[in-house]
Structures are given as structure tokens and as C-alpha cells.
Design a protein around this ligand. Sequence first.
Ligand SMILES: C[S@@+](CC[C@H](N)C(=O)[O-])C[C@H]1O[C@@H](n2cnc3c(N)ncnc32)[C@H](O)[C@@H]1O
Length: 247
Amino acid sequence: MPEYDALADLYNVEYDHDYDLPLWLDLAAREPGPIIEWGAGTGRVAEPLARAGHDVTAVEISEDMAARGREKGGAEWITADMRHADPGHDFGLAVCAFNSFLCLTTPDDALAFLGNAAAHLKPGGLLGIEVSAFRPEELAAPPGGPALQHDLTRDLPDGGTLERFSVSSYDAAEQLLTMRLFYELYDSGNVMYERRSGTLEIRPTTRDELSLMLRLADFTVEAVYGGFDGEPFTAESDHLVVLARRG
Ligand SMILES: C[S@@+](CC[C@H](N)C(=O)[O-])C[C@H]1O[C@@H](n2cnc3c(N)ncnc32)[C@H](O)[C@@H]1O
């Protein structure tokens, strides 16, 4: 079962940020289409691109996530695995936003996706990938071992509140970060009415590993940024954005 199935109904509440959208909208205005978003979630990026008038196909492995994206109504949705999905035609711009690339938990999975992304780009087409950049101290366990931390508080649409906690552990040999997530849902009277947990596993990458993988998949890396405004990537960057062109 795709990891995000169990979390799909909370995704729009947890992740409502839009600071990355200008980057993707600017690229969409600059590059020929059509556009494909790989690992599109519930359409946080795909739907604003479609609303801006672009022809967008959204590929998402979790049917529960894709169903929420479909409700938004702008993009064409395909429920499939981005390692080998065949969307049926080729694209001028491909987007892999907000850590969807990190959901590929082995180098072989990552390379399978990049090969598939290249196969569905027109010659000269552009692939943009954005992932979180983790500092070593963010991945290291605190003294005493992995500890519970409070991640976020969000307002629920019904007037209640969502609290999320997590315990993370990082296996440096496998390059895998396992996050055990704990959710508490409170009604408007602050009475807890639901508790649930879920597990997400991601594979943090680095600028040079990602660039090498892109080269292996016959891309030419065109730009590397440390954020969404074209800033350089440094050891302090929270984000890694790589733009690569199909030869
Ligand atoms: C962190 S979310 C990001 C969603 C979206 N790109 C955004 O910016 O909000 C990662 C998404 O990638 C999807 N995903 C993970 N592995 C996938 C795969 N092999 N093929 C397609 N989608 C995948 C997950 O189900 C999840 O919806």
C-alpha cells in the first residue's frame, strides 16, 4: 500500500505552503509544454500550473492522494508509479517537487525514475527536481537516541486542530531516513477525537549525487540553486533545486 494512502486526507492541511510555486510557474512560462508533474501528491503544484493555463499531467502512486487532486479539476491525473508510468505522450517540462524524488528509496529506483522521466521528455525538454537539503546534525540522532518531537500545529477545516509529532532515525549506510509520524486531531472544543500514526521513509540525497544520477540518465545539469529565488546552493541551504535538460 502506498505510504501516503493513510495520510491523504490530512495532506492539504499539513502542507499548504506555496513559496515554491513562483519557481515552477516561471519555468512553465519560459519552457515549452506540455507539463508533467511526477509524484504530484494532491496537486499542490500541478493544479496552480493548470489554473495558469498550462496543459498539465499529474502522476501519483497513491490513489487516495490522486483522488484529492482530481477533485481540484485542472490537471489530467494518472495513478501510477513514476519509475515506469507511461503517460502516453512526451512533455516539454517535467517537475518533481517537494521531496517526491526522495520517496525513491534506492539508487536503482531513483535511476529508474530519471530514465523514465527522460523517456517522456521531448529532446531539449527540462526536468526540475526540488528536495529538502538536510544538514548532518539534522540527520544525527540526539544524545540518548531518537526522540519524540513536535512538528506542527494546523487548523482543521471543521474548526478543530491537528497536532503532529514524530520520531526519526537515519541509517547512514542505507541513506534512509525513517519518520514515524503521530497525529492527534482535536475538535473545536479542544477534545481529542482521533489518534493515528504512519511511517514515511525517504532517501536524502546530495547535490553531487543527484547531479551524477542525472548525468547517468543522459541529462545535462543546467542549474543548481539553494532555494526558489536562484540563490546559490551552500552548506546552509534548506532546499536543493536542480534543473537538467534532456540531450
Ligand atoms: C512529499 S509528497 C509531494 C507531493 C507534491 N509534489 C507536492 O509538492 O505537494 C510526495 C508524493 O510522491 C508520491 N510518490 C512516492 N513515490 C512515488 C512513485 N514511485 N510514483 C509516483 N508517486 C510517488 C507520494 O505518494 C506523495 O504523494
